[in-house]
Design a protein around this ligand. Structure first.
Ligand code: UD1
Length: 419
C-alpha cells in the first residue's frame, strides 16, 4: 500500500494550474451515454473515479479512450443495461448512471452504492423522482431494477425536499430525452450542475434555469455528440489555497473558476490572507499567522460554504490565532479527519454537527490514515504546516479526487513523496 511522506514547516510559494473538476467530469461522462455518437471531453482530470466511470461505460458496451486530459467516448453501441455490483461499489457516485441509462435505454439495473464514508447517503430522492417520471422500480437482494413504462420516461414536476446534487443530476439526465417537460423545484445550484447542463446543451438538450432553484427540461427524442471542456475544480482550488494559507506562503492559482469559489474565498479572506482575483487567476498571500474566522462556518448547499472544503479549511485553522467554529449541515459523519489532526497536535472538540477549533502555536508531524477524500487532503495540509515529518496511509482516498497531488504540492515548494 502506498503512502505519502511529508516534511512540513516550509513556507509554500509558487503557481498551480488547477485540474479539471471531478464532480462535473463524472456526471458528464455518464451523460455521454445519452448522445449515441462520439463525444470529446477536454480538461478531464486523470483520477481513479474517472477511470471507474469509464469502466462502467465500457461494461455497457461503449468505448472510451484517454489521451492525457482528453477523453473520447463513443456511445453509438450499447449492449448492456446492468452495472455489476462490483463496479457500483468502486465509486459512490456511480448512481448517476441510473438517470443516463434510463434516458438512453429506458431501463437499468443498478445497486445501492455501498460503503459509509460521510455517513448514510440514501438515494430515496433519486428513486422517488424516477418513479414520478413513470419509472417502475423494484428493489431486492441489493439490486434496483428500473423500467420506464413504454421504454421512455415521462416529464414530471418534481419538488425536492433538499437540493441534492446527485438527485438533481439524475433527474436532468433522465429528463433530457423524456417525453415532455420536467420541472425541478428546489434543485441543487452547484456550479457542477451548470457544467453538466452546459455539456447537455452542447449535445442539443433543452434545459433552462440551471444555477437557479427551478430547472426546466424539455425532453428531446435524440441528442448528438459534441466536444466540451470540463470546468476547473473549485474544491481542489480550495485545498491548495488552504495549504498555502496554513504555511504562511503565497500562491497563484491559475485556470480557476473564480466566481464559483467566492463562497469559499469570502471565508478564507477572514483569516487575514490577502486575496486578489483577475481573469481566471487567484493570488493569495498569507501572513506569518492566520486569524480564526469570527463567524460560525456553516456548510450549506451552493452558494453557501461548500461541505467539501470544510476539512481543508479546518486544517488551516488549527494553526490560527483564536477559536473557529464549524457547523456541518450536509453530511452526518464528516468530521472523521479530526482525530488525525488532533494526533498532530490540533485542539478540536466535536459535538454533533459542531466542531470547535482552538488554534495552537504549532502542529507536529505524525503517522495518520486518510479517512476519506477531503479528510485525507486536510491531513496533507496539516502535515505541510506541521513541524517534522508525517506519513499518510490509505491515500487511495486522495487519489480519487486530486490529479498529480504530489507534483502540485512540489510546485509550490512542499516536500512530499510517495513511497
Ligand atoms: C455531491 C458531491 C459531493 C458533495 C455533495 C454536497 C459528487 C460526485 N459528489 O454528493 O462531493 O459533498 O454533493 O455538495 O458530485 N440525501 C438524501 N437522500 C437522497 C440524496 C441525498 O437524504 O436521495 C442527503 C445526503 O445523505 C446528504 C445530503 O442529502 O446528507 C446531500 O447529498 P447530495 O447533495 O445528494 O450529495 P451527493 O450528490 O452524494
Amino acid at each position: 500500500m502506498q503512502k505519502l511522506i511529508i516534511k512540513g514547516g516550509k513556507r509554500l510559494r509558487g503557481e498551480i494550474s488547477l485540474q479539471g473538476c471531478k464532480n462535473s467530469a463524472l456526471p458528464i461522462i455518464a451523460a455521454s451515454l445519452l448522445c449515441g455518437e462520439d463525444c470529446t471531453l477536454h480538461n478531464c482530470p486523470e483520477l481513479t473515479d474517472v477511470y471507474s466511470a469509464a469502466r462502467i461505460l465500457n461494461c455497457l458496451g461503449c468505448r472510451c479512450g484517454f489521451s492525457g486530459n482528453t477523453v473520447m467516448v463513443d456511445s453509438s453501441e450499447v449492449t448492456g443495461t446492468e452495472i455489476p455490483e462490483v463496479l457500483m461499489r468502486e465509486m459512490r457516485s456511480s448512481i448517476i448512471f441510473m438517470g443516463a441509462m434510463l434516458g438512453r435505454m429506458g431501463e437499468c439495473t443498478v445497486s445501492v452504492p455501498g460503503g459509509c464514508e460521510l455517513g448514510p447517503r440514501p438515494i430515496d430522492m433519486h428513486l422517488a423522482a424516477m418513479r414520478k417520471m413513470g419509472v417502475d422500480i423494484r428493489e431486492g437482494g441489493g439490486r434496483i431494477i428500473c423500467r420506464a413504462a413504454g421504454g421512455r420516461a415521462k416529464g414530471a414536476k418534481i419538488n425536492l425536499s433538499f437540493p441534492s446534487v446527485g438527485a438533481t443530476e439524475n433527474i436532468i439526465l433522465c429528463a433530457v430525452t423524456a417525453d415532455g417537460e420536467t420541472v425541478v423545484n428546489n434543485a441543487a445550484r452547484e456550479p457542477e450542475i451548470c457544467d453538466l447542463c452546459g455539456f447537455l446543451r452542447a449535445c442539443g438538450a433543452r434545459i433552462s434555469g440551471d444555477g437557479e432553484s427551478r430547472i426546466v427540461i424539455e425532453g428531446q427524442l435524440k441528442l448528438t455528440g459534441c466536444e466540451y471542456s470540463i470546468m476547473p475544480d473549485r474544491i481542489a482550488g480550495a485545498t491548495y489555497l488552504s495549504m498555502t494559507a496554513a504555511s504562511g506562503g503565497e500562491i497563484i492559482l491559475k485556470n480557476a473558476c473564480v466566481q464559483d469559489m467566492e463562497p469559499f474565498l469570502t471565508v478564507l479572506e477572514q483569516t487575514g490572507c490577502s486575496i486578489y482575483t483577475g481573469g481566471q487567476n487567484i493570488y493569495l498571500r498569507s501572513g506569518p499567522r492566520l486569524r480564526a474566522v469570527p463567524d460560525r462556518i456553516r456548510t450549506m448547499p451552493h452558494p453557501g460554504f461548500p461541505t467539501d472544503a470544510q476539512a481543508v479549511l479546518m486544517a488551516a485553522l488549527t494553526v490560527a490565532d483564536g477559536t473557529s467554529v464549524f457547523e456541518e449541515n450536509i453530511f452526518d459523519c464528516r468530521y472523521r479527519h479530526t482525530d488525525a489532526l488532533v494526533k498532530m497536535g490540533a485542539d478540536i472538540q466535536v459535538l454533533g454537527k459542531v466542531a470547535v477549533v482552538k488554534g495552537v502555536s504549532a502542529l507536529s508531524g505524525a503517522c495518520v490514515e486518510a479517512t476519506d477524500l477531503r479528510g485525507g487532503a486536510a491531513m496533507a495540509a496539516a502535515a505541510l504546516a506541521a513541524e517534522g515529518t508525517s506519513e499518510i496511509t490509505r491515500i487511495c482516498h486522495i487519489d480519487r479526487g486530486y490529479e498529480k497531488f504530489e507534483e502540485s504540492i512540489k510546485a509550490i515548494g512542499g516536500e512530499i513523496c510517495r513511497v
